[in-house]
Design a protein around this ligand. Structure first.
Ligand code: AMP
Length: 184
């Protein structure tokens, strides 16, 4: 069973690659950003709370996110596995995720780490044009990534296998390399 976390800065192509990997390997794709955007669209209590936070480029509180991911992963009992996209984004989330993996007996979790330099990321996000993709919010999201999220990769070093991949280039080419690296 594939147990994959796709990790990297905003705009590196995590969502695109995660969707392709999920399709090719028949995995469940859990994107915490997509889950939150759906809640905003459906105007649920979570959505109302999350919208303001997301528009500013800030992080939704850990407890809320951990609950969402715990529920999602608990639903993966059979099948080819999962790819987790957009989570964990803080050390607290990473520590809780370790506990969730232990509880659910997921023992073969791999990290797929996509990288790109900041200039590339800003220009990609400006082109994407999502409602939270204004220049100001993009720069803030990068700061949040550098301050709160990038230490998560240190947490995984020496603990879980990490596949490093440059996220700049042709989507299909990167995807072929990724699939080869994680095995099918
Ligand atoms: P994304 O689609 O991954 O770029 O996420 C969009 C926004 O959703 C982020 O800027 C955060 O406001 C929020 N978000 C998504 N995932 C998380 C998470 N794991 N922890 C906190 N906030 C999150």
């Amino acid at each position: 069973m594939h147990q994959i976390i796709i990790f990297g800065p905003p705009g590196v192509g995590k969502g695109t690659q995660a969707a392709l990997i999920a399709e090719k390997l028949n995995l469940k794709h859990f994107s915490t950003g997509d889950i939150l955007r759906k809640a905003v669209q459906d105007q649920t209590e979570l959505g109302t709370k999350a919208k303001e936070i997301m528009d500013k480029g800030e992080l939704v509180p850990d407890d809320i996110m951990i609950g969402i991911v715990r529920d999602a992963l608990a639903g993966v009992r059979e099948g080819n596995g999962f790819i987790l996209d957009g989570f964990p984004r803080t050390l607290k989330q990473a520590q809780s995720l370790d506990e969730i993996f232990d509880e659910l007996n997921f023992k073969d979790v791999k990290i797929l780490y996509l990288t790109a330099d900041d200039n590339e990321i800003v220009s990609r996000l400006l082109k994407r044009g999502r409602s939270d993709d204004t220049e100001e919010t993009i720069l803030y999201r990068l700061k949040v990534y550098n301050d709160a999220t990038s230490p998560v990769i240190e947490h995984y070093k020496d603990k879980r296998p990490i596949v490093n991949m440059n996220g700049v280039g042709e989507v299909d080419e990167i995807n072929s390399k990724v699939i080869e690296a994680i095995g099918s």
